[in-house]
Write a protein that binds this ligand. Structure first.
Ligand SMILES: *[C@@H]1O[C@H](CO)[C@@H](O)[C@H](O)[C@H]1NC(C)=O
Ligand SMILES: *[C@@H]1O[C@H](CO)[C@@H](O)[C@H](O)[C@H]1NC(C)=O
Length: 401
């Protein structure tokens, strides 16, 4: 009986301590940088500390999500504070706190899965200048960084040539990456981090003029031997039997295809799949689909163009300025298939043959890769192009591939 009373008493003491700590204002540099909105505790923060063991929560360390959506690390509260993390609610059945790591302008990333956020996050940032963070490898055996553009909205490219001349995301110190701007929430990039403790990678958001910017970029460090490492040379890497690939700043309503892009999108060849098919994404916003508009004036119907040659009147077929390259593509509806195949495709209609009809396109060149190229010029021939959005489905080896 006495034992039970003692236990109760210590519980109450713990609760009191919690309350006191909770009420102490945390007037740290983080509040100044990020405001204090994200600190809003989850409902039932305190009560959940005392949830019985049988509650349906994973117990112990591991990954966890903060109420504001960030992925965190479930660690004891004091470790989170020591590592300059931000405690964002309990986790692991009372094991610890969901510790998230945020950095903004001038910060150094020293923890896996740290978020690079705009100043004043989650509010918008309307300042100008260069906001950069430096990423330090956690270990010499880190070969890649994966950047997840969890939230990404900076000023769009200008209207005539679609150049990012107001705002830009620049990545230096790693493999070459295209400069991007506009909105690309949900997109990702892999950066080759080189071998050993080489130069740190610097992520910069350069801004000029007024715009309500918002960004939250998750930086994950990938071991050289990790199964989640992307293939060499892939800026984007997808690992599912079906999925969607799209260009940066794609949006069928107002998105502008970015100029000066040069990168590969890779799709991991899943076991027992030998081919791949692509279709332009459904476009529910426009009467005529704009989900593949690379060259020409997309305010009018524009045919498919294929191959690298041509471009001379009267035969305008050929992709010499902006194109998507997929190895040996054919239209899937031809039975038997056409003997020849194409590599480059452009224009305003997605197909593997010149014409006004959108078609399913297939390829059996492995590994599955798309290469996207745009030059630095749009006007006067290329107008209002959105870029591309394609749905892909890998095809089983038994399907004639
Ligand atoms: C970083 O975290 C991811 C999962 O969030 C994990 O797959 C990866 O192995 C971690 N990297 C290191 C270097 O620990
Ligand atoms: C689609 O067509 C209708 C009828 O021609 C027109 O009123 C509407 O504005 C068009 N919508 C778009 C998004 O172009």
């Amino acid at each position: 009986m006495l034992h039970l009373q003692l236990t109760l008493l210590s519980c109450l003491l713990v609760l009191a301590t919690c309350k006191i700590q909770k009420q102490t204002p945390t007037n740290s540099w983080r509040d100044m940088l990020f405001g204090s909105k994200w600190l809003t505790p989850a409902p039932r923060w305190r009560e959940s500390k005392f949830l019985p063991i049988f509650a349906l929560v994973p117990i112990g360390p591991g990954s966890c999500s903060a109420p504001s959506g960030e992925q965190g690390n479930c660690i004891p509260s004091k470790d989170c504070v020591l590592r300059n993390g931000i405690p964002a609610g309990p986790c692991g059945g009372g094991y610890g706190v969901c510790c998230i790591f945020l950095q903004t302008c001038g910060g150094v990333i020293r923890e896996n899965s740290t978020y690079f956020v705009n100043p004043n996050h989650p509010d918008v940032y309307d300042g100008t200048g260069s906001c950069q963070v430096t990423v330090q490898k956690l270990h010499p055996d880190i070969c890649q960084l994966r950047l997840d553009l969890d939230m990404f909205s900076i000023a769009p490219p200008e209207a005539a040539n679609h150049l990012c001349n107001q705002d830009q995301l620049l990545i230096s110190g790693g493999s070459p990456t295209p400069t991007i701007c506009g909105s690309s929430t949900g997109d990702h990039m892999y950066i080759d981090a080189g071998l050993g403790q080489s130069n740190p990678i610097v992520l910069s958001v350069i801004t000029s003029a007024s715009f309500p910017r918002l960004w939250r970029i998750r930086v994950t460090q990938i071991h050289c031997g990790s199964i989640s490492r992307a293939d060499q040379g892939c800026l984007q890497y997808y690992t599912a039997i079906s999925g969607r690939v799209r260009s940066f700043n794609y949006n069928s309503v107002g998105g502008r295809q970015l100029s000066n892009q040069d990168y590969s999108i890779c799709i991991r060849n899943e076991r027992n799949f030998c081919g791949i098919q692509y279709n332009a994404c459904p476009d529910l916003e426009n009467n005529r689909s704009r989900s593949f508009t690379l060259t020409g004036n997309s305010n009018n119907p524009v045919a498919t163009m294929v191959g690298g040659g041509g471009g001379m009147p009267p035969n305008l077929n050929g992709c010499t300025s902006d194109w998507l390259l997929i190895g040996c593509i054919r239209s899937a509806d031809r039975i038997p298939p056409l003997p020849g195949c194409e590599d480059r495709v452009c224009g305003g209609t997605f197909s593997a043959e010149a014409g006004m009809l959108a078609k399913t396109v297939q390829s059996s060149v492995r590994p599955f890769r798309l290469y996207f190229h745009t030059d630095g010029v749009e006007a006067p021939n290329d107008i209002d192009n959105r870029g591309f959005c394609l749905d892909y489905v890998q095809q089983p080896c038994t399907n004639g591939f």
